[in-house]
Design a protein around this ligand. Structure first.
Ligand SMILES: Nc1ncnc2c1ncn2[C@@H]1O[C@H](COP(=O)(O)OP(=O)(O)OP(=O)(O)O)[C@@H](O)[C@H]1O
Length: 946
């Protein structure tokens, strides 16, 4: 059964949901009893200090239309791409949640996975006790900051500051001290609000040391324009659903569950009896702590107007490792109306209590709530696998307007203040979770609970991390600090484990496929570590966001004027770690989580604290009153709506469930094997194709090189022949500096030849030949002549008319003979005859005629072209040895006689034969082979009859 859980979490979440769809309800219950907690494996983004990597696209616009897609599962290899590589900023498509509509559940693909976003917000200098006037952190771009240890070279006890006096950290976005609340909201939270209205879950938490601005960021300040992201989110939600309110027939329960709305009214407000008293109420003392209400964010998002929406709020805190409902004592918010605004206003049982005489402290009692695993039944009715845990008994209150919601939150905040923070200079000593839940249903299906989509936006104001050595705390405060630091440490550990699990998984999958071996899930599983979500209440509650779908963003608040450089360094490193964690984790393969030892619960006991409240605000006479806060432990079974945790287990039923799960595991393993085989096959085919392509490429390269060399050598031979036969002589009538020019030309050729390796080999061959002592060694090459304007002074040697063509015996080249003949005739006849388009060679294939023309020809490419042209003009292709134009028999005899070792080879039917031994001795074998294969090369020169 554990194996099934392990493997099941390898699947994309929606696919798991599909699987769950076929799961009988009873089965899920039994599974729930034995099912282990899921540990996700997260892929992440590597955050380096050295380089700023942009991952943020700012506000994303998501599609409003709900589209369902049915995609087949991808091979595991491709499902495990690192998000770092894709970090491509993309808008995640909307995946609406449809309760009990498993048939149309969307499948999550790779592109939906996203690393945690981390936004850095730098607090301005408020001269509020910070020890430094110069900040130790400065933004260097929109995405990166440099942090310099203010202690400089002074040795520090901290390893971090000792070894990294200056570090660069990157974020999804850096908000400098002067950034405004609206801008911050628009870039960080608005996209999440859009997601929630479209059926997606989202989590945003603020992390930072004490006094760094977390609460200011989330809730806001007291002045105009300072409303935080929480009231702004409420404004945007209610602006957007204006006219689209549902009837609230169904209410949310737990994380994803839906049930018929409770008909029972909220408990009657008992405060009326207290209000009859003339004594001031607790609320009067706390009045000046209320949130800023004046400001309303007017942003409106476009929504599908075929849907109806209801909004529900819950507000919980985790204090000293216990979860409390901050709205537990709030009476029905819709039952009362404020006479001033007409807005239904909730009231608080706690806060309406009159403060008794100073000698008698007012005792307030509140009960901690248990955090329980979500029943699998919820997963049946939603597209979410029920891996999360919820605060059992946490009230979710419906709100009809942003103002009402803010009022409710204000009460919750006051409760938080009363129960936790007043005794500590307004500092938040608890983690506060505000969850805005949106229930959405299509108008035509409002009576069908299975059509209701539920989504959550949770904003978490984490308690400030701090070192006890800085706060000098003791007693209760020390205990608080210990718990806070412990829970934050566990959060960091969870992220670290998720990241390393993802790496292990990626390596295993990648290695398995590359090695061509089968992937054994048990081996992979062994390499993964347990994610310690259950080691703290904070991570237990947040767990669903990390193992499930939805986006997670983190706000890092920092006060760079504070003394806590080391603490802030830890915060920065935490952010770097968070950015490497991926939240949608279809590849999660957890190992069984050991059941939480009963130790924590057994140890905890009711705890009474004394809180001193100051009566009156600034400018008023201050008196004090004392509260006694009794914090009762949670009861294990309390608040468990399922109530089936202690249900007696039927062994037969359990055995059947085990068998079902085993079969599921087998199916899954088979699917996984198939996926791996498919990936292997693809890989093999790809490798084979690549090898073939490489061979073809090599072959063509070889041929090309051989051809180039061959042509070069032929060219030399032809030029030699022409010169030897007197058809091309060394120019005599040149300017006074012609010798220098020729040298320049040769140098130029040398330079150009360096550019082209293939040509270089040809030239060096040519040079070698020349060095052998020939008189022609310094004669300019026609190529060289063409490469410099000055060579236009080289005059062709007149030759008699009626040329003969020395042709090869290749039939295929007969056509080019005439053309070659024309070319040479024209080239060698003074003055050069104008060429016609028909008879003459193309511009490309002829020698340059003017200086301007020659000037254009000094790039290597053109040189090569002209080289080819010469080859053609000489009537040769790669199969010809040489062509010489001999005007008549006498001239031919003369020419033959003038060339030593020339042998005449007659054509069939010819009598005279002159054969010139080939000068070429270094012809590459490959080239010779190629030519011989084609049967066209004759290593002799035949002089045809005129
Ligand atoms: N961006 C800002 N602009 C102006 N004032 C700010 C800003 N951020 C924080 N402050 C002010 O700094 C002070 C401390 O901020 P805040 O209470 O939000 O810190 P905190 O991190 O929530 O502290 P704790 O963890 O102790 O609750 C407050 O007076 C707040 O108004």
């Amino acid at each position: 059964m554990m194996d099934y859980n392990v493997l099941n979490l390898c699947l994309p979440k929606a696919e798991r949901v599909n699987r769950m769809a076929s799961k009988p309800r009873a089965a899920t219950r039994a599974s729930n009893r034995t099912k282990v907690q899921a540990e996700p494996v997260a892929s992440g983004t590597r955050v380096t200090r050295a380089a700023a990597k942009s991952k943020d696209t700012g506000m994303k616009t998501t599609a409003l239309a709900s589209t369902t897609k049915t995609t087949s599962r991808k091979p595991f290899v491709s499902r495990d791409n690192s998000p770092e590589l894709k970090q491509a900023e993309k808008s995640a498509p909307v995946k609406p949640k449809v309760l009990k509509a498993q048939a149309s559940v969307s499948v999550v693909d790779d592109n939906d996975r996203e690393p945690v976003k981390a936004y850095l917000r730098i607090r301005p200098n408020l001269n509020d006790g910070g020890s430094t006037s110069k900040p130790y952190l400065e933004p260097i771009s929109d995405l990166a900051v440099r942090m310099v240890d203010p202690s400089g070279s002074v040795p520090s006890s901290s390893r971090l500051s000792a070894f990294n006096p200056s570090s660069i950290y990157t974020f999804s976005h850096v908000f400098p001290p002067d950034s405004t609340q609206p801008d911050f909201f628009a870039k960080t939270t608005l996209p999440l609000v859009q997601d929630v209205l479209n059926g997606q879950d989202a989590l945003l938490f603020a992390y930072g040391v004490t006094n760094s601005g977390k609460t200011y960021t989330i809730q806001g300040g007291g002045h105009e324009g300072s409303a935080g992201i929480l009231p702004r989110s409420l404004d945007v939600i209610f602006n957007s659903i204006e006219g689209l309110h549902g009837d609230g027939r169904y209410q949310p329960v737990r994380l994803q569950g839906i049930e018929l709305a409770d008909e029972t009214p909220y408990p009657l407000d008992p405060s009326s009896q207290y209000r009859a008293s003339t004594l001031p109420a607790l609320a009067d003392i706390l009045e000046n702590l209320s949130l800023s209400e004046s400001e309303i964010d007017s942003t409106t998002l476009k929504l599908d107007r075929n849907h109806e929406y209801t909004v529900w709020i819950s507000y919980a805190e985790v204090y000293n490792e216990k979860a409390y409902d901050l709205l537990a004592s709030v009476d029905d918010p819709s039952a009362r109306s404020s006479p001033a605004s007409g807005i239904p206003r909730p009231t608080s049982t706690y806060l309406q209590q009159p403060i008794p005489s100073q000698s008698n402290p007012l005792q307030l009692t509140r009960k901690a709530l248990a955090v329980k695993p979500c029943p699998a039944a919820d997963a049946d009715s939603s597209d979410s696998h029920s891996t999360g845990r919820y605060v059992a008994g946490l009230r979710q209150l419906r709100v009809h307007s942003a103002a009402q919601a803010k009022e409710l939150l204000r009460l919750g905040q006051l409760h938080r203040t009363v129960f936790g923070t007043l005794a500590n200079s307004q500092s938040s000593r608890s983690h506060a979770f505000v969850t805005i839940k949106v229930l959405r249903v299509h108008r035509g299906e409002r009576n069908d609970p299975s059509s209701i989509q539920t989504s959550r936006l949770t904003l978490v104001d984490l308690a400030g991390s701090e070192r006890t050595k800085h706060t000098q705390t003791s007693g209760d405060r020390l205990r608080e600090a210990g718990n806070i630091n412990n829970s934050l440490m566990v959060l960091g550990q969870c992220m670290e484990t998720m990241r390393s699990n993802q790496r292990v998984l990626a390596r295993s999958l990648g290695g398995g496929v590359n090695a061509g071996s089968r992937l054994d899930t048990r081996d992979v599983k062994k390499g993964l570590a347990v994610v310690p979500f259950r080691h703290s209440k904070l991570t237990e509650i947040l767990m669903d966001y990390f193992v499930g779908e939805g986006r997670v963003a983190m706000i890092v608040n920092i006060n760079p004027y504070d003394t806590g450089y080391d603490e802030n360094s830890h915060v920065m490193r935490f952010a770097a770690l968070a950015r490497e964690v991926c939240t949608t984790a279809p590849t999660a393969i957890p190992r069984p989580v050991p059941k939480a030892s009963g130790k924590a619960k057994a140890v905890s006991a009711s705890h009474t604290r004394q809180v001193t409240l100051s009566l009156g605000g600034p400018g008023r006479k201050v008196s004090e009153t004392h509260l006694e806060v009794l914090e009762e432990d949670e009861e294990p079974g309390e608040g468990d709506e399922d109530g089936d945790d202690n249900e007696p287990i039927n062994p037969l039923v359990n055995a059947l469930f085990d068998e079902i799960e085993m079969l599921r595991m087998q199916v899954f393993e088979a699917e996984m094997r198939a996926a791996v085989i498919e990936a292997e096959t693809r890989e093999e085919v790809m490798q084979e194709m690549e090898a073939r392509m490489r061979n073809v490429e090599k072959m063509y390269t070889r041929r090309l090189m051989a051809e180039v060399q061959q042509n070069e050598m032929k060219m030399d031979e032809k030029l030699d022949m022409l010169q030897n036969s007197g058809l091309l002589a060394k120019p005599k009538s040149v300017d006074s500096d012609s010798e220098d020019d020729e040298d320049d030309v040769l140098e130029s050729i040398d330079e150009e030849s360096e550019v082209n390796l293939s040509l270089q080999s040809s030239y060096s061959q040519h040079d070698e030949d020349e060095e052998s002592g020939s008189e022609l060694s310094r004669s300019p090459s026609p190529l060289a002549g063409k490469s410099k304007p000055k060579m236009s002074s080289i005059k062709p040697v007149p030759v008699p008319r009626s040329p003969e063509v020395i042709e090869s015996d290749t039939e295929s080249e007969t056509e080019t003979e005439a053309e070659g003949s024309d070319e040479i005739e024209e080239w060698s006849s003074p003055p050069p005859a104008p060429k016609t388009a028909k008879a003459g060679p193309s511009k490309k294939n002829r020698l340059p005629e003017s200086d301007n023309e020659i000037e254009d020809s000094d790039d290597v490419e053109e040189l090569e072209d002209e080289l080819d042209a010469l080859t053609l003009a000489a009537g040769g292709s790669k199969d010809r040895d040489a062509i010489a134009v001999i005007p008549n028999k006498e001239a031919r005899q003369k020419a033959v006689a003038s060339i030593p070792n020339l042998e005449y080879v007659p054509r069939v039917g010819e009598v005279e034969v002159v054969v010139k031994p080939k000068r070429q001795s270094k012809k590459p074998k490959a080239a010779a082979k190629d030519v011989n294969e084609e049967g066209t090369l004759r290593r002799s020169t035949r002089i045809s009859r005129s």
